[in-house]
Design a protein around this ligand. Structure first.
Ligand code: EPS
Length: 393
C-alpha cells in the first residue's frame, strides 16, 4: 500500500490515534524518533493551559517488533491526559441528554463550528470542535516522525523556522537558511532580536484578549531530483505539498521559494540557472524552492505558509445563539493566543509525509534493502550522466 496515514481522536476524548500504512519493512524505529517531534510541537510561546496538562508520548500498538518495522500498518496511540477531566462530557458510552454536558450553541467566527453543525445536523457544536481542534495534529506529528525517520535514512532532513508573528518579521530566506537554529528559540525564530519582538506582540495580543497568526517556512535538504512528476496533475509534488500544508488547521496560504514575489519579477530574476561545476550540475540560486515541473530538482525544497490568528478569543466576537436565534457573543474556551511555532513543527511533519510518499513512489520496495539499492543506482546513473556531460560526452 502507498505510504500515508489516517488519524482518529477527539481533543478531550481518550486518545489520539495514528495508522501509518506503506512503511517499508526493516526500518529502525524507536519511541524517541516520534517523541522528539511530539515534544517540539507542544512547545512555543503563546500556548494556553492545555499543554501543562498533556505530556505527548507514543505507544506503538502494531507494525513494530524489536525496534524494526515489519511492513505491516504502524499503529500509534497518544493518550489525552485531559480526558480525566472531561470523561463525563466525552465518554463514548450513552448518557442522559443534558445530564453531563450542556449543548454548546454559540459558534465562533473563523472556526469549523457553524458549517460543521449545519453539515452534520448537530445541535451541539462540541461535536464539531472536538475533532476540528488542532489537538488532532498530535497524531499527524507522530506520522511525521516516522516519515522523517525514513527520509533521514537517505540523507533527507526536514526543518522549520518562524519568520513572522503579527507585525514582527525577519527575512524568509534568511530564516530558511538558519532553520537549524530555530529549536533554540521559543517562537522558533532564528533571529534572537526578532524573536523578542514576536514575544512582545504575542503578549500585547493576549493582553487585548486577542490572538495572532504568522508565517513559517519548512526546508527539506537532501532530496534527490525527480520526486513527484510532471506527467499527471495528481502527481505534481508542489500541488501535493500545498494540499498537505493547507490541511493544517488555520492555514490560509502556501508559497514555494520566492512565493508570490515571482509575480512581480522578470523571468531572468526568477529562474535558477544551471551550471556544471566539477562534474556536478548545480544551480546558481534557489528561488523556486527546489521544485520545477512538479518535481524536486535537487535543491532544498522550501515551502512557507501563512496561518491566521486562532479564532477562540477572550474578546468574544459577535455570533447568533443557535438555540434561541438571538444575537450573542461567541463561545469562549481555554485556548492558545499564538500557535505559529507549533504549526511550523506540524508543517515539517506534513512535508515529510508527502516527501516520504513521493520517495517511495520513486524507489519503492517492500523493504529497506531494496529501497537502498534503487536509490543508490539512481544517484549513480544521474551522476554518470553529469560526468559524461562534463567530458563533452
Ligand atoms: C484548540 C484549543 C486548545 C488547544 C488545542 C487546540 O485546547 P483546549 O480547549 O483543551 O485548551 O490547546 O491544542 C491542543 C490541545 C494541542 O495539543 O495542540 C482548538 O480549539 O483548536
Amino acid at each position: 500500500m502507498r505510504f500515508g496515514f489516517s488519524t482518529a481522536g477527539e481533543s478531550h476524548g481518550p486518545a489520539e490515534v495514528t495508522l501509518v500504512h506503506g512503511v517499508p519493512a526493516g526500518m529502525d524505529l524507536v519511541s524517541e524518533d516520534v517523541n522528539r517531534d511530539l515534544s517540539r510541537r507542544q512547545q512555543g510561546y503563546g500556548r494556553g493551559g492545555r499543554q501543562k496538562i498533556e505530556r505527548d508520548e507514543v505507544e506503538f500498538l502494531g507494525g513494530l517488533r524489536h525496534g524494526k518495522t515489519l511492513g505491516s500498518p504502524l499503529s500509534m496511540l497518544i493518550r489525552n491526559m485531559d480526558y480525566a477531566n472531561w470523561e463525563m462530557r466525552m465518554t463514548p458510552e450513552p448518557v442522559e441528554r443534558g445530564k453531563h454536558s450542556e449543548p454548546v450553541t454559540l459558534p465562533r467566527p473563523g472556526h469549523a463550528d457553524l458549517a460543521g453543525m449545519q453539515k452534520y445536523a448537530f445541535d451541539d457544536l462540541r461535536n464539531v470542535l472536538e475533532r476540528s481542534s488542532a489537538r488532532e495534529t498530535t497524531a499527524r506529528v507522530a506520522a511525521g516522525g516516522v516519515a522523517k525517520k525514513l527520509l533521514s535514512e537517505f540523507g533527507i532532513e526536514v526543518r522549520s523556522a518562524v519568520y513572522r508573528i503579527g507585525e514582527a518579521a525577519c527575512d524568509k530566506e534568511r530564516a530558511a537558511l538558519d532553520a537549524a537554529k530555530a529549536d533554540a528559540s521559543d517562537v522558533r525564530c532564528p533571529d534572537p532580536e526578532v524573536a523578542e519582538r514576536m514575544k512582545a506582540e504575542i503578549d500585547a495580543a493576549r493582553y487585548a484578549r486577542d490572538a495572532l497568526g504568522g508565517e513559517f517556512v519548512v526546508v527539506a535538504e537532501g532530496c534527490p531530483p525527480g520526486l513527484g512528476s510532471y506527467v499527471d496533475w495528481r502527481d505534481k509534488l508542489d500541488a501535493r505539498l500545498a494540499a498537505a500544508i493547507m490541511s493544517i488547521n488555520a492555514m490560509k496560504g502556501v508559497e514555494f521559494g520566492l512565493g508570490f514575489e515571482v509575480a512581480r519579477r522578470r523571468s531572468s530574476e526568477v529562474q535558477d540557472e544551471i551550471l556544471l561545476e566539477d562534474g556536478r550540475l548545480v544551480r546558481a540560486s534557489n528561488r523556486l524552492g527546489g521544485l520545477e515541473g512538479g518535481m524536486t530538482n535537487g535543491e532544498p525544497v522550501v515551502v512557507s505558509a501563512a496561518m491566521k490568528p486562532i479564532s477562540t478569543i477572550a474578546q468574544a466576537l459577535r455570533t447568533v445563539d443557535l438555540s434561541t436565534g438571538e444575537p450573542a457573543r461567541a463561545f469562549r474556551e481555554r485556548a492558545d493566543s499564538c500557535a505559529v511555532p507549533a504549526a511550523a513543527v506540524i508543517g515539517e511533519s506534513m512535508v515529510a509525509v508527502v516527501l516520504a510518499e513521493a520517495f517511495l513512489e520513486k524507489f519503492g520496495g517492500d523493504n529497506m534493502t531494496d529501497i537502498r539499492s534503487a536509490h543508490e543506482a539512481y544517484l549513480q546513473r544521474i551522476q554518470d550522466t553529469h560526468r559524461a556531460a562534463g567530458n563533452g560526452g
